[in-house]
Design a protein around this ligand. Structure first.
Ligand code: VGL
Ligand code: ZN
Length: 198
């Protein structure tokens, strides 16, 4: 079962969005063109309540990109993004959503962030994605989306730890690079964990 896993290809991560990833929109035609090669296409969707603890706006006196402890875990503070049932949380225009068979939402618990599409950042709760893929007989994942240095990276690392073979589709990923070199370091970390990079 050749499976494509699409990470957070949502309006708020596209140019002009609340947490824009530079050139994030360039991946859309690339992803669309790949879809017919796969038996199964699955997507994650960042899906936060308005009061989510990862939003700087919910921490008076704190600024975007500062770091805090959120329920005991280190947390980068982000602009308000991907709020449930808002336009920013919708899949980006042009993405061939008809080919997506299942969507797994993440980040709904206000007390903990969820970069990975499989587990929250404390590995406290599963999104159900790993169990569902295993039930479908999926053993190999091809991963694309945004952001390479956050949600893509943590999804890939969790998937490898769960025993999936993982290939990162680099030309169908874009990253944030909050610090210069973050994307390159993320790719290296994925490769060292056993990810094929292509
Ligand atoms: C993401 C930061 C916060 C991502 C989601 O999709 O990479 N990054 N929420
Ligand atoms: Zn988020």
């Amino acid at each position: 079962m050749k499976t494509l896993l699409l990470i957070d290809i949502q309006n708020d991560f596209m140019p002009g969005g609340a947490l824009a990833v530079a050139r994030g929109d360039e991946i859309i035609p690339v992803v669309n063109a790949m879809m017919p090669d796969f038996d199964l296409v699955v997507a994650t969707q960042d899906w936060h309540p308005q009061d989510h603890g990862s939003f700087a706006a919910n921490h008076p006196g704190k600024a975007v990109y500062e770091h805090i402890l959120l329920d005991g875990l280190p947390q980068t503070l982000w602009p308000v993004h991907c709020v449930q049932n808002t336009g920013g949380a919708l899949f980006a225009p042009g993405l061939e959503t008809r080919r997506i068979q299942r969507v797994f939402t993440k980040g709904m618990n206000a007390q903990i962030d969820s970069y990975s599409g499989l587990y929250d950042n404390g590995h406290r709760a599963s999104t159900g994605l790993s169990e569902w893929l295993k039930a479908q007989g999926v053993t190999e994942l091809h991963v694309a989306g945004v952001a390479t240095d956050y949600c893509v990276k943590f999804t890939v690392l969790d998937a490898l730890a769960e025993g999936f073979q993982v290939k990162l589709l680099l030309e169908a990923c874009r990253g944030v690079n909050l610090q210069p070199g973050d994307v390159d370091r993320a790719v290296e970390e994925m490769r060292e964990a056993g990810c094929e990079v292509g």
